[in-house]
Design a protein around this ligand. Structure first.
Ligand code: UD1
Ligand code: MG
Length: 432
């Protein structure tokens, strides 16, 4: 059933995120420059046929992000925000005639993977379950809802920390906040939830005890890698989640033949692909979507801002920033350069301190720089875009290039060198 058919995702993203102490809605806080909500939506994109995102607090900002980045997802407004159960009930009018599966996730739980979600849905189907909740065992279960089981180990209910007795608080099995349910069976629960709890909210977690009371088939899927359901409620959680996500990514890259010299100072986004035998030197920070070829050397202290595509055998060195740049095989950008909105061919050499001046701050227009194969750009060159340096052309060091440079020619904007003999001696004498 994970073949993209008859499964809809509902992502909860309306809450205030009080514990973040922020003007930015929690789900738009970022890891490696990508909002938490983006990770969740990317993870459901291949396994569901439609996604609803419940928005409420700062709805406009969240809606704008979704429109720009996930145009196929639908936003549903929850106002006021009366709890997670109330949030899911907002989709009822959209799903009146729907009878497939619903996968519910929280927008603040970005570490979950598509692979785990697939297993979760398969587990739900294999048990003919009506409702399955994802759980995990945490040494420190503080702040999560606790999974309470009957003596025979079957599920009984979920108790939120704020409503839990000391005995319940001691339970280490927690609710991940991810559910799979057969919509036609569970839908009636949403008109029956009550808010008589410590937070005065309609808890989604109460669908478990409701399901039991209706003698439905209710199950828990206990996760092996409990880091995946790490929920973000505070800035500390955000930093910790970023570390976990990055470490996972670096391990995966290393397993696939990428040398990472220093795991502790290297940050690579989940959306970056790297070919084998590429070496990543310390203090490298690669955010956004990027693709790096084989046998390259990146770093130390290199920053990719996304939409970067690099061929094989390239060297991108110290203090180089790349953004929206396509770079061919055997091309080097060795030191202290900024290459943005650019296309570089193969066998290009970019001298130290080269800048593509791609942005006109007055018109706010960004323009493109094209540097064709075998061109050599001397150190400290400014390429004022839009501009093209044609195949094989050379640019002398210190030039400001404002016109297209024809192939195999030399371009120089340097003023002629002047030497005044004995100038220093003469000057010193005149000061005596
Ligand atoms: C929730 C669960 C808890 C679970 C934990 C996992 C409930 C009652 N509790 O607690 O059992 O262990 O997640 O991380 O469900 N939201 C809305 N509308 C609302 C309220 C919340 O959309 O009215 C959204 C939030 O934006 C967030 C998600 O629901 O993305 C979870 O809300 P949050 O307040 O973080 O719940 P937790 O206290 O973490
Ligand atoms: Mg939470």
């Amino acid at each position: 059933m994970t073949d993209n058919k008859n499964i809809k995702a509902v992502v909860l993203a309306a809450g205030k995120g009080t514990r973040m102490k922020s003007d930015i809605p929690k789900v738009l806080h970022k890891i490696l420059n990508k909002p938490l909500l983006g990770y969740v939506l990317d993870n459901v994109k291949n396994i569901t046929d439609e996604a609803f995102v419940i928005v409420g607090h700062k709805a406009q900002a969240v809606t704008d992000y979704i429109k720009d980045n996930y145009p196929r997802a639908k936003t549903v407004l929850q106002t006021p925000q009366l709890g997670t159960g109330h949030a899911v009930s907002m989709v009822c009018p959209y799903l009146e005639n729907y009878s497939g599966l619903i996968l519910i996730l929280c927008g603040d739980t970005p570490l979950i993977t598509e692979e785990t979600l697939k297993k979760f849905i398969e587990y739900h189907n294999s048990l003919n379950s009506d409702l399955t909740v994802m759980s995990a065992i945490f040494d420190n279960p503080a702040n999560y809802g606790r999974i309470i089981r009957e003596n025979d180990n079957s599920l009984k209910c979920i108790v939120e920390e704020k409503d839990a007795t000391d005995e319940e608080k001691a339970v280490k099995e927690i609710n991940a906040g991810i559910y799979c349910l057969n919509w036609d069976k569970i839908k009636p629960a949403f008109s029956q939830l009550k808010s008589n709890n410590a937070q005065g909210e309609y808890y989604l977690t109460d669908i478990i005890s409701w399901g039991k009371s209706q003698e439905l088939n209710v199950n828990a899927f206990t996760l092996e890698n409990n880091e995946e359901i790490y929920g973000i409620n505070s800035r500390k959680n955000l930093a910790e989640a970023a570390k976990i996500m990055n470490n996972e990514k670096l391990n995966r890259l290393a397993d696939n033949g990428v040398t990472i010299i220093d795991f502790s100072s290297t940050w690579i986004s989940t959306d970056t692909e790297i070919g084998s035998d590429t070496t990543i030197l310390p203090f490298t920070y690669l955010e956004g979507k990027n693709k790096i070829g084989k046998s390259c050397q990146i770093g130390p202290c290199t920053h990719f801002r996304g939409d970067v595509e690099i061929g094989d055998n390239c060297k991108i060195g110290n203090f180089v920033e790349l953004k929206k740049a396509k770079i061919g095989d055997n091309t080097n950008v060795g030191h202290l350069s900024y290459i943005g909105d650019s296309e570089l061919g193969t066998d290009v050499n970019i001298g130290a301190g080269t800048i593509t001046a791609n942005y006109d701050a007055l018109s706010k227009v960004k323009s493109k720089t094209v540097i064709k194969s075998c061109a050599k750009i001397g150190s400290n060159t400014v390429l004022v875009a839009p501009v093209t340096v044609d195949e094989g052309a050379n640019v002398g060091a210190g030039s400001v290039i404002t016109k297209n440079i024809p192939e195999w020619s030399l371009a120089l904007t340097r003023s002629p060198l002047k030497i005044i003999s004995d100038w220093v001696k003469t000057r010193k004498n005149s000061l005596k």
